[in-house]
Design a protein around this ligand. Structure first.
Ligand code: SF4
Ligand code: SF4
Length: 304
């Protein structure tokens, strides 16, 4: 296989060590910044923009407007009691973050090379060996920076690591198939069985994810479809039966159900964005037993 380019850089927003929920064993999870989907319930909304960005904390701000005065790109404005950052105009110079007297601004995301990430990941090599763990690429979405993901996966394989991704599968197949040889396990998000409902909830139709998931299964890869169960979006028994049908059609025989939670709620405030699920109760396993059974009755081994 071709040697990895370890100088390749990308934008990430976190490296999380000792994770036990993102693939087998003990793992280090690398969170990519940028996502081609805009799921209304996203629990990592700070991951959606594919660049380093500025977050504003209303509780700390003293409304001196120094940030607005010094921004060389006129990217800072003020409306309805909030500091607003125009993320298209902003070039991530971070002058406002450095100069804010109240530390009300912070940057989210950083640029790292493949080697810099591996230096962190390999610190826990001994734990991967003992537990059957490795590296997981998450996000955001690794496919928003596919060539950075490709070099990171190649380098991880050169180090003998087990590789996993948590992915929406949203990419052109010609790109997706280049990453496949370097992935041992794909945790594949399936948001909705119906293309138009998928579009309403995420901003894109589900055609590409389904093509790519089917291809990964056909290639003999270990693929686990995962369904975030979202109230009012995909939580009916009809949704369960239809999703089971679509999964079977792609060659899957099992799936994991991820009940809706509110972990990302306060992040929307920091980003100055509306959150559609403020008053929606979290779901629990007990709420979804009929839903799970419906998958099983339709030939898919569903579990939590
Ligand atoms: S510089 Fe800091 S404290 Fe002043 S308005 Fe901007 S964010 Fe608020
Ligand atoms: S990071 Fe730079 S360009 Fe972006 S809002 Fe702050 S000062 Fe303006």
């Amino acid at each position: 296989m071709e040697k990895a380019d370890r100088t390749k850089t990308g934008v990430i927003f976190n490296i999380q060590k000792f994770s036990v929920n993102d693939g087998p064993g003990i793992r280090t999870v690398v969170f990519f910044k940028g996502c081609p989907l805009q799921c209304r319930w996203c629990s990592n909304p700070e991951s959606q923009l594919p660049k380093v960005q500025v977050l504003w904390d209303a509780k700390k701000c003293v409304h001196c407007f120094h940030c607005r005065a010094i921004c060389p790109r006129q990217a800072v404005s003020y409306a309805n009691g909030r500091i607003l950052i125009d993320h298209i105009a902003c070039d991530s110079c971070m002058e406002c973050v450095k100069e804010c007297p109240a530390r009300a601004l912070k940057s989210e995301g950083e640029t790292k090379s493949v080697q810099e990430i591996l230096d962190v990941v390999m610190q826990d090599e001994v734990f991967y060996e003992e537990s059957g763990g490795g590296i997981t690429l998450s996000g955001g979405e690794m496919l928003s920076q596919p060539y950075f993901a490709l070099e990171l996966l190649k380098a991880a394989k050169e180090e003998g690591l087990h590789t996993c991704c948590e992915t929406t599968g949203y990419a052109d197949f010609k790109i997706f198939e280049q990453l496949l040889p370097y992935l041992d396990l794909l945790l594949f998000d399936c948001k909705h069985w119906d293309p138009l409902e998928h579009l309403k909830g995420t901003g894109v139709i589900n055609e590409r994810p389904l093509i790519n998931m089917r291809a990964a299964i056909m290639a003999g890869k270990d693929v686990l479809p995962r369904i975030p169960v979202i109230p009012g979006f995909n939580d009916s028994l009809n949704d369960a039966a239809q999703m089971a049908r679509v999964l079977k059609d792609c060659g899957a025989s099992r799936c994991q159900l991820l009940p809706f939670h509110q972990f990302g709620e306060n992040k929307y405030d920091l980003l100055g964005r509306e959150y559609s699920y403020h008053n929606t109760d979290a779901l629990h396993k007990e709420d979804l037993e009929d839903y799970r059974t419906c998958f099983v009755q339709n030939g898919i081994d569903a579990f939590f």
